[in-house]
Design a binder for this molecule. Structure first.
Ligand code: URA
Length: 422
């Protein structure tokens, strides 16, 4: 085998053989295929696509590049959730302990934020003492006892994907459905879960801006999970406007705690419960997640989960010293509030990072006072910008230019758009 023949085959719109796929992924992981060769192949895949058979084999090869966790010793049904990422999407935080409180084990291997979307680990690291990195043995133990673990994926999980994703990020090849689907699913299948619920975001703040492409991504991922023996379903959900009222690391922990205490914004509660119901059904558990939110069982599971990784669930969360209010210039109904622009503004305030090695601010972010569909009067506060220093405000204000509209009538929008199953 040689890399140039594999690149040529895809460049000329051919289908790669199983042997070519196995070889190229393995050789790339070992450094035998060079970055520039893999870049060319990734671009050929982006332009010419892959058959379902190729995507499935590509995913298997990425799983085989590292370890596959064995969770068969965990005495509860395992079920996980993955979101393709959005602005204010903190759902993993209340959802994981909620589903654990209902009897499942949730093995949630998460990542950090990059660009305008936040990362679950960055959010949890705002809790004093909490550790993202735990050993495989601690992971299995905590899963068996608490039923809820959110932690960093180890270096041995799908290492081919880690290398390839970093390369795609700098070569304009992230937006290829075969590569996104195989990247996400290789990690989720390698993590060892028996069932998986995908939250595929659609809209300005999401990877997928259009319903048709989000649907194609969802169908591809559901097909991959099913083919690899993982019961997989997907919900397509709206990401044209931020989820909830708080965007930023500690702010999203704060809002998650409101949900776990039985309150919180209606959209966050709706999506948390919808995903919890799907996860419990996929795990074969008959339980009422709404009751577990209301009676405090989910909050108890959160406290146990946080404490198990060294976190102090009672420690106060960081508060930003700089708070600037943004007010409405006219009266009417808030008709739009653009998720992408709000996400970029929160990022510029310090909540996100531009490069993997950058630090993030715990307290920076945005608190929304109004959401689309709500009435506003001129002079009302629309949102608060929060930052650790004043110099961050100008960039955030700039990215919010034209981010909302105040009109005469709001249009009701659905949060959950479609459901995809095998
Ligand atoms: N998230 C991933 O893990 N991989 C992708 O390719 C895109 C989003």
């Amino acid at each position: 085998m040689n890399a140039v023949d594999v690149i040529r085959a895809k460049r000329d719109k051919g289908a790669l053989s199983d042997e070519q796929i196995d070889w190229v992924i393995d050789a790339y992981t070992r450094g035998v295929v060079a970055d520039e060769q893999m870049s060319a192949l990734a671009m050929a895949i982006l332009l010419n696509g892959m058959t379902p058979g190729e995507i499935s084999r590509w995913t298997s090869a990425m799983i085989a590049s590292g370890e596959r966790l064995d969770l068969s010793g965990v005495p509860r049904p395992t079920v996980d959730k993955h979101s393709t990422g959005g602005v204010g999407d903190k759902i993993t935080l209340p959802l994981t302990p909620l589903v654990a409180a209902c009897g499942a084990a949730v093995p949630q291997l998460s990542g950090r934020g990059l660009g305008h979307t936040g990362g679950t680990l960055d959010k949890l690291e705002t809790i004093a003492g909490w550790r993202a990195k735990i050993s495989n043995e601690e992971f299995r133990q905590q899963l068996a006892t608490t039923g809820a673990v959110i932690c960093a994926a180890g270096d041995e999980l799908a290492p081919a994907d880690r290398k390839l994703y970093a390369l795609r990020d700098v070569t304009g090849t992230v937006e290829a459905i075969p590569l996104i689907a195989s990247s996400i699913m290789s990690k989720k299948i390698a993590e060892g879960t028996s069932a998986l619920v995908l939250d595929v975001k659609v809209g300005s703040g999401a990877f997928m801006k259009e319903l048709a492409t989000a649907r194609e991504l969802a169908r591809t991922m559901v097909g991959l999970g099913t083919a690899h023996g993982v019961k997989t379903i997907a919900l397509l959900t709206d990401m044209d406007t931020p989820l909830g009222l708080k965007i930023g690391n500690a702010l999203e922990v704060e809002e998650s705690l409101e949900v776990l205490a039985g309150g919180g914004p209606a959209d966050v509660v709706e999506l948390t419960l919808a995903l919890a119901r799907e996860m419990l059904a996929a795990a074969g558990i008959d339980a009422d997640p709404e009751a577990a939110l209301k009676d405090g069982r989910a909050m108890d599971a959160w406290r146990t989960m946080i404490a198990a990784q060294g976190g102090d669930p009672d420690a106060p969360l960081a508060q930003a010293p700089i708070v600037e209010e943004i007010r409405a210039e006219s009266s009417g109904v808030l008709t739009t509030l653009d998720a992408y622009q709000v996400g970029v503004a929160a990022w510029r305030l310090g909540a996100g990072r531009a490069r993997k090695e950058d630090p993030v601010s715990a307290s920076a972010g945005i608190v929304l006072h109004r959401k689309p569909g709500e009435q506003v009067r001129a002079g009302d506060v629309l949102m608060e910008l929060r930052a650790e220093d004043e110099s961050r405000l100008a960039g955030a204000r700039q990215s919010l230019a034209g981010a909302w509209e105040i009109g005469s009538a709001g249009q009701a929008r659905d949060l959950i758009l479609e459901r995809v199953e095998a």
